[in-house]
Design a protein around this ligand. Structure first.
Ligand code: NQM
Length: 356
């Protein structure tokens, strides 16, 4: 196995960080590609000390981008989660945070021509039934910062905004067909608006809902209940045996306390998110808007318009969302969010050699 250098861009996308590659710069064979990515990121190792991963699922991510063969899209984006301490690379979910970096990356690599001020990039999401999202990208120039930069919760510094519009999710919003189910002894709502998520109240789990991620991760009994729920939900949601995958996520919901509409703590699924995933947030918002759902019971009654403000451990996340019920099964007609993204490094990455 060669340990040649590979062209790679490191980017912060939203509240996550990942390695971005052109598909042509990676092996076409899936097993070879995954083996290479484990060596690039430094997995399996809790610290990923011999690679460029950051030792946390939110900083152990890969985006693979190519020109799209679909005339309705500019580029294809495949997301890969590289597990930190296990030799597993999974395509079982997408990532809306890294999605925020795909437009700027496509422009930098010449796959999309930059327009004045804002460039619209149509991105076909290759994981699951992702559809084609549209990224409105503030066109990169020589500038480092400008007055229009924005700050998102979970990132202490401002950067150019990338707004993301998502198409209606193609699968059913309620994969079990019910607004609530009883799984592993808990009343929950199973929802999938692009990310499979299980909503459960903090009350049902006997916690307050405002604990820090470290407190939640340190509670072994809670972790056990969450994992039992996740395994039961995986099968109820038609995802099969999810023991080795990263979905569904478990979002613990409670009444908002900082001016938002609903508060969350999300297991993704073994670590607790320091904020919340993008498509995960859209699923939480959609689930909470479904009449009779577990999330609906905690959604503040003061909410107006199409915005759902989701509180999380480092601030809040606004989701613009329209849910259609039309008497039949509910579906998300459209959703949109604002993120920022930034190129951190562009160059050649050197994976450890394949010889153990
Ligand atoms: O839900 C983490 C993240 C994500 C996923 C996770 C994400 C999304 O914050 O779209 O962005 O839930 O595994 O990067």
């Amino acid at each position: 196995m060669s340990a040649d250098g590979i062209r790679c861009m490191l980017m912060r996308g939203g509240t996550s960080k990942g390695a971005y590659f052109l598909a042509d710069d990676l092996p076409g064979d899936r097993a070879e590609r995954d083996d290479l990515l484990l060596r690039v990121l430094g997995s399996p190792d809790a610290r990923q000390i011999d690679g460029i991963g950051g030792g946390h699922p939110l900083t152990s991510k890969v985006a693979v981008v190519s020109a799209s063969a679909d005339s309705g899209a500019d580029v294809d984006y495949l997301f890969l989660q590289v597990q930190v301490d296990e030799p597993i690379v999974s395509d079982s979910q997408t990532c809306g945070n890294l999605l925020a970096g795909v437009g700027p990356f496509a422009i930098e690599r010449g796959l999309v021509e930059a327009r004045d001020q804002t460039t619209d990039v149509r991105i076909r999401v290759m994981n699951g039934h992702g559809g084609t999202a549209i990224a409105h990208v503030a066109t990169p120039g020589e500038r480092v910062e400008y007055a229009g930069d924005v700050r998102i919760s979970g990132v202490p510094f401002a950067a150019a905004a990338v707004s993301l519009e998502f198409p209606p999710a193609s699968g059913p919003l309620l994969p079990t067909g019910h607004a609530t189910d009883v799984l592993a002894g808990l009343t929950v709502t199973c929802v999938d608006a692009g990310m499979p998520v299980v909503l459960v109240t903090a009350d049902a789990l006997g916690i307050a809902g405002d604990e820090t991620p470290a407190e939640l991760e340190g509670d072994a009994a809670l972790r056990g209940r969450v994992e039992a729920l996740r395994l039961a939900a995986g099968s109820a949601m038609g995802l099969g045996d999810v023991s080795a995958t990263t979905v569904p996520k478990i979002s613990i919901v409670s009444p908002a306390s900082n001016g938002g509409d609903i508060a969350t703590r999300t297991f993704i699924p073994r670590r607790v998110h320091t904020s919340i995933g993008v498509v995960g947030a859209i699923s939480v918002a959609a689930g909470a808007l479904v009449p009779g759902s577990v999330g609906g019971g905690v959604l503040g009654s003061a909410r107006t318009g199409s915005r759902v403000r989701i509180e999380h451990p480092t601030g809040f996340f606004d989701v613009e969302i329209e849910l259609e019920t039309n008497g039949g099964s509910p579906r998300v007609a459209r959703s949109a969010v604002i993120r920022t993204a930034r190129k951190l490094f562009d160059g050649t990455v050197w994976p450890r050699s394949g010889a153990e």
